[in-house]
Ligand binder design. Structure first.
Ligand SMILES: [Zn+2]
Length: 200
């Protein structure tokens, strides 16, 4: 009987969490981090290294935001899986956040935007957009404005009711980049505060 129960419990756990899954409150992914080295071992064909401009490189900015967000979330007692661009694990979480900065041609054609898959709640996305538009003093470019935002590969790496890709701003726009660059850690703590409020 004991062995039967153990088998049932193991089966239930396996259903809830795929093999190798980490069960956490929040997945925080830094876009592009670890590339290009991570692409080949993870069979990534479109090894996108992110936006860059004289003001900075997205691949160097996203980990700063992600680390600050992770530290603030953990300080609040939440469990976080902090992920780079490519990794073998599949996570189970309450929320997954994918951190990016946009690039545009011509410069300043973009701004902040968000991407999310169909399952994510509109209320969650709207709450973020409302909060961030009060903080970010530039253009809001919209929701799911590109194929990359709507069909982001990272959405398939986690089971979570809320998944959102955030483009915090356009780093190829000099004015936006000048505002963003000294605030990378602040963007992380801002995001953590928002998530803590949502997860309460
Ligand atoms: Zn990106």
């Amino acid at each position: 009987m004991k062995r039967y129960l153990a088998a049932v419990i193991a089966a239930l756990l396996a259903t809830a969490a795929p093999a190798g899954a980490e069960v956490v409150d929040v997945v925080v992914q830094a876009g592009h981090e670890g590339r290009p080295a991570s692409c080949a071992p993870n069979h990534v064909r479109a090894c996108n290294l992110g936006a860059s401009s004289p003001a900075g490189r997205e691949i160097l900015w996203t980990p700063v935001v992600a680390d600050a967000a992770t530290a603030a979330l953990r300080a609040a007692g939440l469990r976080v899986a902090r992920r780079p661009a490519d990794y073998p694990q599949h996570d189970v979480a309450r929320v997954a956040i994918f951190i990016h900065f946009d690039g545009a041609v011509p410069a300043c054609a973009s701004g902040t935007s968000v991407g999310f898959p169909p399952g994510t709640s509109r209320k969650f996305v709207a709450a973020w957009v409302h909060a961030y538009r009060n903080f970010f003093p530039f253009r809001f470019a919209g929701e799911n404005i590109s194929d990359g935002e709507e069909h982001y590969y990272g959405y398939h790496k986690v089971d979570a009711p809320q998944k959102m890709l955030i483009e915090f701003g356009e780093l190829t726009c000099p004015a936006q980049a000048a505002w963003l660059a000294p605030r990378l850690r602040a963007l992380g703590t801002f995001t953590a505060r928002f998530l803590i409020g949502q997860l309460r």
